[in-house]
Design a binder for this molecule. Sequence first.
Ligand code: C5P
Ligand code: C5P
Length: 457
Amino acid sequence: MRERAKEFADKISTSKKKEITLISHIDADGITSMSIMVRVLKRAKIKFKGIFLRQLDERTVEKIPRDSSLKLFLDLGSGQQDILEVRGFKREEVLIIDHHIPEGNIYEQFNPLLLQREEKKVSAAGLSYLVAKNIGENSDLSKLAIVGAVGDMMANETNRLEGSMREIVNDARRNGFLDMRRDISAYGISTRPIHLMLSYTDDPYMDGLTDNKDNCLDLLKDLGIAAKEDERWRVWEDLSRDEKRRIYSELIERVKEEDQYRLSGENYIFKDEKRRTPLRNAKEYSTLLNACGRWVKPKIGMDVCLGDRDEGYGQASVLLKNHKRVIRELLEYILRNGVIKRENIQYMDAKDNFPDTIIGIGAGMARSKLDKEIPGRPMIIFGDMVGEEDLRKVSGRANYEQVKRGVNLQEAISIASQAVGGGGGGHKIAAGGCIPRGTEEAFLNGLDEIIGKQTAK
Ligand code: C5P
Ligand code: C5P
């Protein structure tokens, strides 16, 4: 990993090309990767321009100029090298920093999946940071690497960042802005009123508390813990150690024994950010960036990453509020309309009710909400694509148990979509793609069969 990071750093800093074109993805990992590289290149006085893409395909590739610049792909590229080749990019003008499953080996890639016996839980922002470290003193950017990794669920399996990310977490600690501690694994410790934070927690499921905010409020009352202070709702971060401990021991009682380990995890708190804001911890910071990117305003997210706490931050906060509302509506829509089960998958069609950029998030939430069977079935959601009448977007999400049993959504979605004239990619646990309208049934049949084969091995 270190050697490869150094090689990439050398290639970037000694590039004979006059300029670098950065091409990145619109989600939290893509936005943080872009922000890291923008900062690094500015510091190193290397000329660059940046382009955000919601996905890399035959159409969007045309936005990348065919000029003399070095094209540095971030958080995309590994799975779409054929498209880059067709566009006419030569081997020496492309570098790819990505963690998606590679299709081919045409270009130079810094991708953990290509390194032998290496820890794979590092996303594009972590890789970008490791490269940045070799270009100059950039240890302050470790914060963005942590936000990107958490946004891409790198900490979800064990509730902590692992492997190569440990080095990055340690850099952040040495820098003095990171407060890292084992605490509750719930979402919203910096901004959500405590009873709401608890009632929204469904991983792990807390009997009588999950989805029941009144009971959560009663629990605080019973424990004699104030839910408000000066008319303002307190958040988890406001609680004393003793208050947290008392609540925690009640919560654990309501969780099935085999899931209890999921209730605690490492929280990454940024001491240099204002309390009670979503920038205060890595999980909420990454949602803020997703809210910008998935609503096609990645540049605003980048401004926040680069230090804007004024106008850009204000705009991002509005986007975040809207994002959270629509995500809630999307989950309610899926639960209300119900999913259809096939032998090896479950699916539903969100039609034109939600933008295609967020249905993957809906698939992830619905999977965790609905999948009480073990190991359960991967969740597939279809959606319309704005401005693309003839195409359907598809998003798939699995869980760790399914992946252990052989599920590989990248392979399955990629093969099943290509078979009907579409395409896709991603990870074993989360993948997406596009298919021609009208081929949904054939696609589902193919997908169901492939996943059946994957798990029968
Ligand atoms: O672009 P791509 O990597 O960036 O999308 C990441 C998405 O994949 C996340 O939003 C998350 O829903 C999903 N994912 C996941 N678990 C992983 C990796 C990714 O759920 N281990
Ligand atoms: O779009 P969605 O959130 O479902 O994407 C899940 C994962 O699949 C992401 O990592 C994304 O980059 C990847 N993906 C892809 N090709 C597509 C669509 C999604 O590689 N056409």
